[in-house]
Design a protein around this ligand. Structure first.
Ligand SMILES: [Zn+2]
Length: 67
């Protein structure tokens, strides 16, 4: 198993999440890559300190670490 590829991939998505969170925090509109629907930030998750960015159709659902 190639762990280096796995690490690279997860760190890329980590940065992607950070950028997404930054945009949402600034009130910028972020669109779903799949349906082009506008992502909304839901802070009422079961995990404290986490939010979920979702598109209206549900093809994107990204858990964001807010802590
Ligand atoms: Zn979507």
């Amino acid at each position: 198993m190639d762990f280096s590829a796995l690490t690279k991939k997860s760190s890329a998505s980590f940065n992607q999440h950070k950028n997404l969170l930054k945009k949402l925090a600034k009130g910028q509109t972020v669109k779903c890559e799949v349906c082009q629907g506008i992502l909304t930030l839901d802070l009422k998750t079961q995990q404290p300190g986490q939010g979920v960015a979702k598109c209206p159709k549900g093809c994107t659902e990204i858990v964001l670490d807010l802590a």
